[in-house]
Write a protein that binds this ligand. Structure first.
Ligand code: FES
Length: 95
């Protein structure tokens, strides 16, 4: 099973392949900011992908557009729009 790793305070969590990243984090009790409930609009759920970006589902045009509109660097993903396909290491500014 793919593993989500963190660099600060949280132990790794194992998730099923193709799990939604944001939902996986929330189920495991990790706080994820959101004001659109995962609709891909608010961009608050962004996480920085430190390792394993190739192990997340490809970025859609919609997600890319959202990141660009909000001047979010390319090494971030909207966690509500990404599926976990393999091991990743992520971080959020507020963790
Ligand atoms: S929760 Fe709003 S963009 Fe992901």
């Amino acid at each position: 099973m793919p593993k989500i790793n963190f660099i600060k305070k949280f132990p790794p969590i194992e998730v099923r392949k193709n799990s939604n990243l944001m939902k996986s984090l929330l189920v495991a009790g990790r706080p994820v900011a959101s004001s659109c409930d995962g609709d891909g609009i608010c961009s608050k759920c962004r996480v920085k992908v430190l390792e394993g970006s190739e192990n997340l589902s490809p970025m859609s045009y919609f997600e890319k557009e959202r990141l660009e509109m909000n001047n979010i660097p390319e090494d971030y993903r909207l966690s509500c729009q990404a599926k976990v396909l393999g091991d990743v290491t992520v971080d959020a500014d507020y963790w």
